[in-house]
Design a protein around this ligand. Structure first.
Ligand code: NDP
Ligand code: 2IT
Length: 461
């Protein structure tokens, strides 16, 4: 961004709002009362947009920030279903179609008891910018339900998915809105959802959902993509410092889809991953995790991570505690929002952590992000670092559209290129904004410009 004005430097810590954005944020809070996660996500982005706003005042005149903060469409619906005992259960379903300027709405579905309007809106808002960073033709959206799949039989999960899709099907399609998985939604759930979509519409529209199974329209590497992408992004960040993951200790929170494949790729890149976690506690394995054992327990058996320590001499399970108390050089939070707070950040800084890269969406609290930056820890924000999943969803859509299927090697090669491009555009933009190496500022400004330019071109929509 040549000639960027010398306004106050928008560091991650002092995310002071540009004066022209204060009223925009106030409106978001008034319009979306008590939606803490959504407010936090909006505040995080608006607090870093000073440089582009100063340079392009037409963005303000066109009320682009106001428009970007307001979802294009929000759908909330009843999801009734019958459990194995014959009792009727009622859940709430959501789909927020946040911004379609760059392509069809795209983003995952989350099934978790904590899902609310606030959670879906924060995820949808972040998705708009994440998808823009991929450089691929993707708008942003998100959805899900407060349904808790834990402890439910496969038949119950299927009936729930069928009921959910009985409403959702009228809102989605390969040119309108393309859901995928997120926490609590993997290949099994996408299968049930796709089956019901096909049955209702009588159309085999592969491009309507991504994350499908490999034998029915899915893409190689989609399952691995978010975790792999996160590890590749970490490697790129270290490369700017003349360093790498090789020989470093790594901890990865969570033991779900993102965490497992972040562990696998970090190991392939030469790191020693000494811990991971689930909602009940963490595993410490100083010799390096056996990722196949984690897969067996969490993917195949859908069991508790605690079982890991019973199979692995030298490993221990620490119940009810956070992984961040384990000293590590690299930390990859890959579980859930708000899982790494200011106290955790202090512990990481004291123990000599050099890099924190977000695999989950918004896992670090704003205070934690500020402390890490002040403490000299390199920080990779989610919307850049975990974009490999949605990018590979776009590759799945490409293959579906051309009725083609690519090899694992070719698809991974494409993923690596995309992650490098995302890294480069964030890094370059951080320099243009006067804060080289601040990936939060770089990612937000680079993404905002892409969405804003498309919206400007399309007039007031
Ligand atoms: P999964 O449901 O596969 O796994 C979530 C994991 O996090 C589980 O191991 C769960 O434990 C654990 N967990 C939940 N809460 C906590 C907690 N408070 N402390 C420690 N561990 C916890 O979800 P995904 O891996 O798909 O998603 C993880 C994150 O990554 C989410 O933020 C999601 O939005 C984001 N993401 C996902 C993408 C994808 O493609 N799937 C793409 C981009 C981002 P337990 O097993 O006990 O429930
Ligand atoms: O948060 C995310 O980027 C995802 N859950 C993946 C979305 C997708 O459409 O693949």
């Amino acid at each position: 961004m040549p000639g960027a004005p010398q306004t106050e430097r928008p560091t991650s810590r002092s995310r002071k709002l540009h004066p022209r954005l204060e009223s925009v944020f106030d409106t978001v809070v008034t319009r979306n009362p008590a939606e803490r996660e959504f407010h936090e996500a909006v505040r995080g982005v608006l607090g870093t947009l000073g440089p582009v706003i100063e340079r392009q005042p037409e963005y303000l005149e066109a009320k682009l920030v106001e428009r970007i903060c307001e979802p294009e469409r929000q759908i909330i619906f009843r999801v009734p279903w019958t459990d194995d005992r014959g009792s009727v259960q009622v859940n709430r379903g959501y789909r927020v179609e946040f911004n379609g300027a760059l392509g069809p709405f795209k983003g995952g579905l989350r099934f978790h008891p904590s899902v609310s309007s606030s959670i879906v809106k924060f995820l949808g808002f972040e998705q708009v910018f994440k998808n823009a960073l991929t450089g691929l033709p993707l708008g942003g959206g998100k959805g899900g339900s407060d349904f808790d799949p834990k402890g439910r039989s496969e038949a119950e999960v299927m009936r729930f998915c069928q009921s959910f899709m009985s409403e959702l099907h009228r809102h989605i399609g390969e040119y309108t809105d393309v859901p995928a998985g997120d926490a609590g939604v993997g290949e099994r759930e996408i299968g049930f959802l796709f089956g019901q979509y096909r049955r209702i519409t009588n159309r085999y529209e592969s491009g309507t959902l991504t994350g499908k199974g490999l034998t029915w329209g899915g893409a190689q590497v989609r399952k691995e993509a978010t975790g792999y992408g996160c590890a590749y992004f970490a490697e790129e960040m270290l490369r700017t410092q003349g360093s790498s993951l090789s020989g470093r200790t790594v901890t990865v929170s969570g033991s779900g889809n993102v965490a497992i494949y972040a562990i696998e790729k970090a190991q392939q890149l030469g790191g020693t991953v000494i811990g991971c976690s689930d909602s009940k506690g963490y595993v410490h394995d100083p010799a390096g995790l056996d990722v196949e054992l984690v897969k067996q327990i969490k993917e195949v058996e859908r069991g508790p991570l605690e079982d890991y320590a019973t199979h692995r001499p030298g490993a221990s399970f620490v119940p009810g505690a956070r992984l961040w108390e384990v000293a590590t050089e690299v930390a990859l939070p890959c579980a859930t929002q708000g899982e790494l707070d200011a106290d955790d950040a202090r512990k990481l800084i004291e123990s000599g952590t050099v890099l924190v890269v977000e695999g989950a969406n918004m896992p670090c609290t704003p205070e934690a992000v500020g402390l890490l930056r002040e403490g000299g820890v390199l920080f990779g924000p989610a919307k850049a670092a975990n974009a490999g999943g949605v990018a590979t969803s776009a590759l799945e859509m490409q293959q579906n559209a051309s009725r083609d299927s690519w090899t694992f090697e070719y698809t991974e090669h494409r993923l690596v290129e995309i992650m490098r491009d995302i890294h480069r555009s964030c890094y370059e933009m951080s320099g243009e904004c006067g804060v080289p190496g601040d990936y939060v500022v770089g990612a937000n400004n680079a993404a905002f410009v892409r969405v804003a330019e498309a919206m400007l071109a399309m007039g007031v929509t």
